[in-house]
Every structure is written in structure tokens, then in C-alpha cells.
Design a binder for this molecule. Sequence first.
Ligand code: GLN
Length: 318
Amino acid sequence: MRIREALSRGASVLSGTGSESPYLDASILLALALACGRSALLARHSDALPAEAESAFFSLLARRAEGESIAYILGEKEFFGRSFHVGPGVLVPRPETEILVEAALLTARRILHNRGAGTPPAAYPPRRPGPNDAPGCGQGLALRVHDAFTGSGCVGVTLAAELPDAEVSLSDLSATARDLASRNAREILGRDLPVLESDILSGAPGPYDLITANPPYVDSARTDRLSGTQGTPGADGIRWEPRMALDGGADGLTFYRSLVPEAEKRLVPGGGLVVEIGEEQAAAVEALFRSGGFLDVEVIRDLGGRDRVVRGLRHEGN
Ligand code: GLN
């Protein structure tokens, strides 16, 4: 079989299985089977596909057709311009979670500005710091940052990379997630970050200037549908992701009810809490922030116009 034919056969195996981009997926998997880049495939369209690569390709296609995500099959996913190791024990980083990172960076600047340091916060979305920026615009920030429910570590490791002077720690209840997050920190940052074992914030004593979290927020019934056999396998591969990272209880809000008061105890006055939410949860989470003593509470939308992040600053009293 030629490479060209393998690609079109692969795409037809995947079409109708829930893959939204069967040809693209087939070419990613064929490149993996051949251990070459996707662009190299183009140049090799007329080459014969070696037998071992052919059987590797068809077993990768079978995994994708069953609904396993490309990220799990490759073992990596790009997030905020960096490549993170992922695996079945953690949620695959979603593009909309980049909004959580951007909101956290903006909140970091606001906290410093409120303390009389740093440049005033820009309009949303924040500009990425450039090489000639003054301290306080990404560089020179000595903030203590904690990322709870860290999973692969994508949020916390990205914040550590974007705020090089911040003291960043991560936490998760799952040992698999903690191992993966440590590995991602080491490989992406070239140094270790503290990765704590913690149920919500119980194992993370603080004090912190900024806390970020993408807790499980899908309600239990929807988690059942997505992870059960009636779920549409393939579209986002959610059926393969750990239930522990998705299920937020009957109304999806269980973790925010504990996280908000626990964060309030661990944040310094004026410190920030920034959380990802499901698109229908803004009003409820905003109310939890306000009744928990957070000021300057703001809901931020993702690029699809859906409410995606709530952030607030802890009251100044002690
Ligand atoms: N964004 C995920 C989804 O809806 C859920 C992530 C989460 O629960 N934190 O598919």
C-alpha cells in the first residue's frame, strides 16, 4: 500500500466514528507509525508503506475509532505554546483553559499594581510581556502562586514559565497527576516545582498571593452520559478521561463550595482567586465568591463567547 492510499483508507476508517477531522487524524497517526513529521508525509505520498508501519497505523486507527483522543495516543498536547505530557490519568488540556491562564496573568498584574508595584493592568485580554517590559509586567514578580487540581500541570507550569520570579506550587489528589505534573515542570521549566498531595486545598497551607483552579465541574448526570457507553465516542475523547477530573457532583458546583472558603483562608489580603467554570455556572460561582468575601469579582468569557472564568480579590481585612 502507498502512503497516499493509507491516508485515504485511514480517513475513511475514522469518518463516522466521531472524529471531527478524519483526514487530519489519519495523517497524525500515520506520521506517528512512520516516526516522521506530518510534512514529510506529503513528500512521501507515492512511497510504499512498510508492513510494520502499516500494522502499527491500523492499530492506532482502531484506538482512535474507539474514541481515544489524539492527545492520549500521542501522549502529549500543546497548551499555551508548550507541549505537555498527558495520559489517561489526567484531563487533556483544553484550549479554553488558556483563558484561565490569561486571566491569572492579568490578576497577577492587578495584585501588584494594587500594592503600588508594576504597571497598571491592561484591558482584557492581557498583552504577553515582551523583552523590554519594565519589572511588574511579567518579570520581577515575586508572587506566591498555587495551582490546585493541577492535573497535567498545564496551568501552574505555564504560570511558572510566564512569571519567572513567582514562587509556584501545584497540587492534586491523584498520584498519577502529581507524577505527570512534576515531569512536565521539570521538562518545560528545567527545574522542579513543589507538587503537593491535596484534597482541594487541605494539603496546601499557603499563604498565597494567587490561587488558580480548574476543578471538576461537569454535573454527575452529564459525566455519566459523557463517560458511559451512550456517550458519543470520539468527538472529544471524554469517555477516556478520568471521572475524578470531571465530576463536580449533582449540580457540578461541589468543589467551588469548598474551594472558595478554603482559598479565602489561604490568600493574603488583596490576593486573587481565579477559577475555570462550566458555561452555565457563572452566576452561582460569582455568588459564592461574593458571599465568601471576594471583591472585584469578574466573569470572563472564552473565545466562543461562553462564560469560562470567574476571578476575584480577597477582602483586605484579616
Ligand atoms: N472542559 C471540560 C468539559 O466540559 C470539563 C473540565 C472540568 O470539569 N474541569 O469537557
